[in-house]
Design a protein around this ligand. Structure first.
Ligand code: SF4
Length: 237
């Protein structure tokens, strides 16, 4: 398995949801927030790379498969709030790196929305803003770019388009190392559990325990989870 921040984060938040999505391969429906995020990212990318605002918004809408709950107006307004200029940096920068300097080390991959002169930016369409250090996403991306560009510090910026608000932090070698180690430990644990699952498939509930939290209210596996795990109804479900 090649890892990404979202896979590791999901595993940390709830191993049973991770099991459903990535081990059993069950589909999660494309919700309006997911479709909106996809559309806006595509449109901003296209606009930086030379498309007109209208063309970029339409491309974004198409990238989200014209999701029935999506409105072009909302995509357009959010794209308009992005502080961007033509050809301002590298967009959708892909990376895939081993998480350690050892044989068979787990690999991590991801896309950095915008990279420009030691600064990485991630566009957010969320309805709630949060601090950039509230999770490891940008610290991990900063580590990746530090490896590619040979940098000692990397500035990360979360741009919450809805609020025209940024949360930023300059990641040091120490910050980035902590993120790398977090990712490595989780990736090794996941690999180890995949091995154990092959030997003891009936132990799946022990290997991937349900972890009820406020996130249950948006979980597509909530109904089967409650039945299988015989847990208390999670908040909001
Ligand atoms: S309902 Fe909650 S505990 Fe169950 S899989 Fe979903 S997130 Fe995990």
């Amino acid at each position: 398995m090649i890892f990404s921040f979202s896979r590791l984060n999901l595993y940390e938040q709830c191993p049973f949801r991770f099991y459903n999505k990535y081990i059993l391969g069950k589909d999660e429906p494309v919700t309006q927030p997911l479709a909106l995020g996809k559309a806006v990212h595509q449109a901003i990318d296209d606009k930086i790379n030379g498309l007109s605002h209208e063309e970029a918004v339409l491309n974004g809408y198409a990238a989200a498969d014209f999701h029935k709950e999506l409105k072009q107006q909302e995509i357009s307004e959010l794209v308009d709030r992005a502080p961007i200029q033509l050809n301002m940096g590298e967009t959708e920068m892909y990376f895939k790196l081993p998480l350690a300097d050892e044989a068979n080390a787990p690999e991590i991959q991801g896309y950095i929305d915008l990279y420009e002169d030691g600064i990485i930016t991630d566009w957010k369409t969320n309805r709630v803003s949060y601090n950039i250090t509230a999770n490891k996403q940008l610290a991990l991306y900063a580590w990746a770019i530090s490896q590619i560009e040979d940098l000692k510090t990397v500035k990360g910026v979360l741009n919450f388009l809805r609020f025209k608000k940024e949360s930023s932090h300059t990641f040091t070698v120490d910050d980035m190392e902590k993120a790398r180690k977090w990712a490595l430990e989780l990736a090794k644990e996941i690999n180890e559990k995949e091995g154990l699952l092959k030997i003891q498939p009936h132990d799946y509930k022990k290997l991937y325990p349900a972890k009820p939290s406020r996130l249950c209210s948006h979980c597509p596996f909530a109904k089967s989870c409650i039945k299988i795990n015989d847990i208390e109804t999670p908040l909001g479900v």
